[in-house]
Design a protein around this ligand. Structure first.
Ligand SMILES: [Zn+2]
Length: 230
């Protein structure tokens, strides 16, 4: 029971960490953008439009990047499976010996390994080789569209925070509000990501918050430098 739950946890940890990192990106890049144009004395409406444009552009860029990288992983997996299929068709005995060796290396005695390889190849040869030789399983196989959507959604979720802050608060407290809210959200996300990975919370939260503050600070400085006089 414990091992089963652990395996499920491992699957969702990967997904949670990707979502946390995506949201981090959303907060840092959109809050920095907003603070940069706010420091350049843009109007309230200009800041809001910039924030929304940053959210959409960032989410689409994350989705495109994720899709392309996972798509190429899917292509690689498919090519490996096609090659494996041909090898099984052309040299079944050789492939059988190969699978047997894999099980021997995993600790089975040669006779049992031979029986296991035989039965698994009789049941579904490609599936056995995919899983035990190539490490490709149905559960872990690449899903480009799903990955792209998850990546865009997590970025948009993170970016929505500074955008909502701009939409709600009056201009005179906008800069401080976006800066403080972003720092707090980054700290919480940093801790969440660490907790998901079983790492210490505080160092992770400090790390994410520090670099987020650096990014926001530098962008605001650039905005102040390039901006119109108040
Ligand atoms: Zn093989």
């Amino acid at each position: 029971m414990a091992r089963h739950r652990e395996r499920h946890m491992m699957g969702s940890i990967g997904w949670l960490r990707a979502a946390v990192l995506g949201a981090n990106d959303g907060i840092v890049s959109t809050a920095s953008l907003v603070l940069g144009v706010a420091a350049a004395n843009a109007s309230h409406n200009e800041i809001l439009v910039t924030g929304i444009a940053g959210l959409v552009a960032g989410a689409m860029s994350m989705a495109a990047g994720e899709y392309v990288s996972v798509r190429s992983q899917a292509d690689t997996e498919k090519a490996a499976l096609d090659l494996e299929k041909t090898e099984i068709e052309n040299d079944r005995e050789g492939e059988h010996r190969e699978l047997q060796q894999i099980y021997v290396k995993r600790g089975l005695d040669p006779i049992l390994a031979r029986q296991v390889a035989e039965q698994l190849m009789d049941h579904d040869a490609l599936d056995a080789h995919a899983r035990d030789e190539l490490g490709i399983t149905e559960a872990m196989s690449a899903r480009p569209l799903q990955a792209a959507a998850a990546s865009a959604a997590s970025f948009a979720l993170g970016a929505a925070m500074p955008v909502l802050a701009v939409a709600i608060v009056p201009q005179r407290i906008l800069f401080a509000t976006v800066a403080v809210l972003s720092i707090v959200c980054l700290a919480v996300l940093g801790a969440l990501g660490a907790k998901a990975g079983g790492a210490p919370l505080v160092p992770a939260a400090v790390r994410v918050t520090f670099w987020g503050a650096v990014a926001m600070g530098i962008t605001a400085a650039v905005g102040t430098f390039l901006g119109a006089p108040p």
